[in-house]
Design a protein around this ligand. Structure first.
Ligand code: FES
Length: 119
């Protein structure tokens, strides 16, 4: 699994997150209760980029979904699936994150397509 340097360890402070585009995919890295978490920063409800951290939740500014930082699970019933979790680790003063494959954007686009119901 390919890892990329994301930021200096000290720049991700407790209760905050940072967003960066890696391999064309927005990625959010957060620190909560001393632990680092990383997700593809795209809301599975309607494709908005996630950047607003309200620990212990990640808030989607588009329609208000709230995702648990620790698991990526949605809690408001708007998104149907959890956030895509990425591997993250701190070493030698830097934070490294798994490089997401470009296919994750296609996966999310598929999830957010309007469902065609019976007519
Ligand atoms: S796009 Fe995130 S709640 Fe709608």
């Amino acid at each position: 699994m390919e890892m990329a340097r994301f930021a200096k360890d000290t720049t991700i402070r407790e209760g905050t997150g940072r967003v960066k585009v890696i391999n064309g995919v927005p990625v959010i890295v957060l620190r909560h209760n001393g632990e680092l978490y990383a997700y593809v920063a795209v809301c599975p409800h309607a494709y908005c980029v996630l950047f607003d951290v309200k620990a212990p939740m990640i808030h989607c500014v588009c329609h208000g979904e709230l995702f648990k930082i620790e698991t990526g699970e949605p809690t408001m019933g708007l998104a149907r699936t959890p956030l895509i979790k990425l591997r993250v680790e701190a070493r030698e003063g830097n934070v490294y994150v798994e490089v997401p494959g470009r296919e994750v954007l296609e996966e999310i686009a598929e999830l957010t397509k309007p469902r065609s119901g019976p007519s």
